[in-house]
Design a protein around this ligand. Structure first.
Ligand code: SF4
Ligand code: SF4
Length: 408
């Protein structure tokens, strides 16, 4: 076992391998406030990668309705209970929020690696076949009905949509659990892949992954998982002329909730300071996007802007102690943040840096009893080589169609 630094936990932790040295890390931000559960992401992934025999139950991208839904069934509440049983009352965050090394404070509890028994490499369980049967059970099921009607900030009766893919974790539990060393993390982009030649289908990765994103294929007797559309990430799709391209699920997102990219990381796994990168800006500068269940300890690389209307206790459990700051930042966005939020789904080429050009004042609105000025700023996105690839204004341009728009 090695000692590695997990910046999401604000501390060192034990892991099976030394932290790898990666040039870049695949990462994304999902804005839950905008997801409409149209499942376009789900189907774009399914029709690209998992439409063959033996892959029927594989949903590398899924969108579940929280708090009751989950795929496989109850994946998160089940593991949370196991962690609580392993460390009763101890799964808590202790220290104050700090700098980039500990932006959410320090987690004083046990990760899936630290709570495991001597015979396993990560605390986990193997879902039963029935757990994989219903990918969207409890769709649109809310908690108890409100007697008073719904109003922000928190609703009495609530639900929200949680879109999920493999997190291409910095410390993958699937990789730690594999007795065949068949799972590896690519140094060039941190994408986690299964070597199909080495895999013998022991399903230890399925058991170990806390997010249950490694899936067994009975027809080949091997595990398969999200491959982060790596040909697109590598820039081999002819559409982008060699430039890295976002994955299918990101590029197809109807609700414009997703922004994906590659971030630079230093030797200890912390993101290198780069406030002009939109993902760095959202995760580290504004701290408006948070990791999913950071307490599991895998340092997941998909980040979420939490839903504003959900009771905070539930959100603390799911996203950690950064929730209040993240929701405050999203509810009253800075001028720069409002501009960067316009980059979501504005292009399918990966944005590596951005600039904001200031525009005229648009309006002044009241938010939480305080005035908030809105400006028609323009955000400009640049590709890996610094070329401009997208330009979006805060205010949608009003376009009037000509009287005769076609020949019918
Ligand atoms: S989410 Fe699961 S399958 Fe994906 S890298 Fe992390 S531990 Fe592995
Ligand atoms: S395509 Fe986007 S809006 Fe639709 S379900 Fe997927 S994440 Fe949500």
């Amino acid at each position: 076992m090695a000692t590695v630094h997990n910046w999401q936990l604000g501390r060192e932790m034990t892991y099976r391998h030394e932290g790898g040295s990666y040039d870049r890390q695949f990462a994304a931000v999902f804005n839950i406030n905008r997801c409409i559960a149209c499942q376009t992401c789900t189907m774009s992934c399914k029709s690209t990668w998992t439409h063959s025999p033996g892959q029927e139950l594989m949903w590398w991208n899924n969108v579940e309705t929280k708090p009751f839904g989950g795929y496989p069934a109850h994946w998160d509440s089940r593991l949370l209970s196991m962690l609580e049983d392993a460390n009763p009352g101890g799964q808590t965050w202790t220290a104050e929020r700090g700098d980039d090394d500990a932006p959410y404070g320090e987690f004083g509890g046990r990760t899936v690696f630290e709570a495991s028994s001597p015979t396993e490499r990560a605390l986990g369980y193997l879902p039963q076949e029935a757990d994989w049967k219903s990918p969207n059970r409890y769709e649109d099921h809310a908690t108890g009905h409100s007697k008073t009607g719904a109003s922000l900030p928190e609703h009495d009766g609530w639900f929200f949509y949680l879109a999920r893919i493999c997190n291409h974790c910095s410390y993958p539990a699937c990789l730690a659990g594999c007795p065949r060393n068949a799972i590896y993390k690519r140094p060039e982009d941190g994408i986690v892949l299964v070597d199909q030649e080495r895999c013998r289908g022991y399903q230890k990765c399925v058991e170990s992954c806390p997010y249950k994103k490694a899936m067994y294929r009975p027809t080949t007797r091997t595990t398969e998982k999200c491959i982060a559309c790596y040909p697109r990430v590598e820039g081999s799709d002819p559409l982008t002329d060699g430039q890295p391209m976002e994955t299918r699920c990101m590029a197809a997102c109807v609700g414009k909730i997703r922004l994906q990219g590659l971030v630079n990381v230093d030797d200890s796994g912390v993101w290198s300071s780069d406030p002009s990168h939109p993902l760095y800006y959202l995760v580290h500068t504004e701290r408006v996007a948070l990791p999913l269940y950071p307490q599991f300890g895998t340092q997941p690389n998909i980040y979420y802007i939490p839903p504003r209307w959900v009771p905070r206790k539930y959100l603390y459990q799911m996203f950690g102690p950064g929730v209040d700051d993240a929701i405050a930042a999203y509810t009253r966005p800075s001028r720069r943040l409002l501009a960067v939020l316009q980059l979501f789904r504005a292009t399918q080429e990966m944005v590596f840096s951005f600039d904001v050009q200031e525009g005229p004042k648009l309006n002044e609105i009241m938010v939480d009893g305080e005035p908030l000025e809105l400006f028609d700023d323009t955000v400009v996105g640049f590709d890996r080589d610094g070329r401009e690839i997208v330009r979006v204004r805060v205010e949608d341009p009003l376009i009037e169609r000509p009287g005769k728009i076609n020949s019918i």
